[in-house]
Design a protein. Structure first.
Length: 366
């Protein structure tokens, strides 16, 4: 067989090949005989040319024609139809009536409501409302004393609403009124006089008078005289003995301060100096029967405490003459004196003493 070079082989177009034609392929030094389909597969896998230049973009295609409308869906079932499908028997009207429930039982009557009674209360320059009572209700009455606010009743006055309006503008000056009629002649005081009870009497120019009330009397005095022991029947005090001076106060004169009923209680023989801030004078007088021998006598005043505001010794003559004995002192009132009263006592020493015509005077000075 004669040798034929490849470039001397006849040239054929692709349309001239059939599936019965074979192709000789030399690949990597080896030759293979391929049928047309296998050759085309080999060409697609192994023979690739260089990438070509980007082609010109083609024109947009025309819009497609709208598709036809779909068919309408089936109507859904009504609530009545659903009820029938689930076994309800009856007309639609009957079914609608069956949806209405039966009338309920009548409820019990409610309690009557309470109506507040309000009063105004000052809060600085503000005015607020406070409940002072409740009327017209039934059941438990609400509590009072709460304040009214835009949020209801509150317990704190600071949270209450102010109902006082703003200060209005000053009004215009009114027209001057007509001259009034001449009034009756007035009267003035022509004289003033203090009375013995310290009241004041005013005399007016028309000779009418007016008297003031008697002012409270802060001062006063009283004298209490004993009538039991006399010169014919004196009170005997034994030797070295201390006794409370007796005084039945049968004879007494009292000009007492306002509010004071007496200065002396004869039952317990105490002198009542009841003003703890008062200033008192106390005077004791009695007579001592005659004796031929000189002796001593002590007079003391006690508040029934360890404190003795007054104590004094007195020498008695021994010349067989009747002797007048006089003791006097002043003292401030205090709580002990006001509570316990004043006790006046006499003490003898080496001889017995007979006393009579006993008299005690108490005066409240201030």
């Amino acid at each position: 067989m004669a040798e034929v070079k490849i470039n001397q082989l006849p040239t054929m177009t692709s349309s001239e090949f059939t599936d019965n034609d074979y192709f000789l392929v030399v690949d990597d030094g080896s030759a293979r005989l391929l049928s047309r389909p296998n050759f085309q597969a080999w060409m697609r896998e192994n023979v690739k040319g260089e990438q070509g230049i980007q082609g010109v973009a083609g024109k947009d295609g025309k819009d497609g024609i709208n598709g036809a409308n779909g068919t309408n869906g089936k109507d859904g079932l009504s609530a009545y139809q659903v009820a029938v499908a689930n076994g309800y028997q009856g007309t639609q009207t009957q079914w609608l009536q069956s949806l209405v429930g039966a009338t309920g039982a009548k409820g019990s009557d409610g309690l009557n409501g309470w109506s507040p009674v309000l009063k105004t209360v000052a809060r600085g320059n503000d005015v607020v409302l406070q409940t002072s009572d409740w009327l017209g209700g039934s059941g438990t009455k609400p509590t009072t004393g709460q304040y009214l606010s835009s949020n209801g009743l509150v317990s704190n006055i600071a949270n209450a609403d102010n109902i006082r309006g703003l200060q209005g503008e000053k009004g215009l000056q009114g027209e001057k009124g007509l001259q009034g009629e001449k009034g009756a002649d007035g009267k003035s005081i022509s004289s003033a006089k203090f009375n013995s009870d310290l009241s004041l009497t005013l005399t007016y120019t028309d000779d009418t008078t007016v008297k003031s009330d008697t002012p409270p009397n802060q001062c006063g005095w009283a004298t209490y005289k004993d009538s039991q022991y006399t010169d014919a029947s004196p009170y005997t005090i034994p030797i070295n003995t201390q006794v409370v001076i007796p005084n039945n106060s049968t004879n007494k004169v009292e000009v007492l301060p306002t509010g004071v009923t007496t200065f002396y209680n004869p039952t317990n023989q105490k002198y009542l100096l009841a003003d703890s801030d008062g200033f008192y004078s106390v005077r004791v007088r009695f007579k001592v029967a005659s004796s031929s021998q000189q002796t001593f006598l002590n007079l003391s005043m006690s508040k029934d405490t360890t404190e003795i505001p007054y104590s004094e010794d007195r020498i008695l003559r021994g010349d067989n003459l009747i002797q007048n004995v006089h003791f006097e002192t002043v003292m401030y009132g205090d709580s002990a004196l006001a509570s316990n009263g004043l006790t006046i006592s006499v003490k003898t020493y080496d001889r017995a003493v007979n006393i009579y015509n006993i008299e005690v005077t108490v005066a409240k000075l201030i």
